[in-house]
Design a protein around this ligand. Structure first.
Ligand SMILES: [Zn+2]
Length: 166
């Protein structure tokens, strides 16, 4: 856990409010532990942020005025995920690169993906993928399998574009 704190006290664990589902998925892909529930009351959202020591990401200005949070939040300005990621990159030094410093997380489950052998991956993937790749990651919760393919390239391209627009 502490290898995540190299950059001083900048937050690396998050909880996103109900309006920030897409941002939560991106943060997970980038390796950041990000809690998200589609339906949660403000009270429970704050309670979970405090209990699990998570930095609150919200579009709701009133929420950020809650004293309990003691300033541990970021008010997200943009409606679009690219702008939201750029803001977090600027304000919290979120790393917009997919690299091995952090574990990959499942965008759906927020669970760290584990490396699996091609043999283990085969039942979960199309045959042409099995022939083409040697590296596979699996979510231990939903069993979805990931590999460095076109989807992966697409993610990298979008992140590169976001970084270039700072
Ligand atoms: Zn999953």
């Amino acid at each position: 856990m502490d290898r995540h704190h190299q950059a001083g006290h900048l937050p690396t664990r998050f909880i996103a409010d109900a309006m920030l589902g897409r941002l939560a998925r991106w943060l997970r892909i980038l390796g950041y532990d990000t809690a998200y529930e589609k339906a949660i009351t403000d009270e429970l959202l704050i309670e979970r942020a405090l209990r699990e020591d998570r930095w609150l990401l919200t579009r709701d200005r009133c929420l950020t005025l809650r004293k309990l949070l003691r300033g541990r939040h970021t008010l997200i300005a943009s409606d679009v995920v690219e702008g939201q990621l750029r803001q977090l990159h600027r304000d919290l030094k979120i790393d917009l690169d997919i690299n091995r410093q952090r574990d990959y997380r499942c965008a759906d489950c927020n669970v760290v993906l584990i490396s699996i052998s091609p043999e283990v991956a085969v039942p979960f993937i199309p045959p042409f993928v099995a022939q083409q790749y040697q590296t596979f990651l699996q979510c231990p919760q939903c069993c979805k399998v990931f590999w460095p393919g076109t989807h992966w390239e697409h993610l990298l391209t979008r992140l590169t574009a976001i970084r270039a627009e700072r």
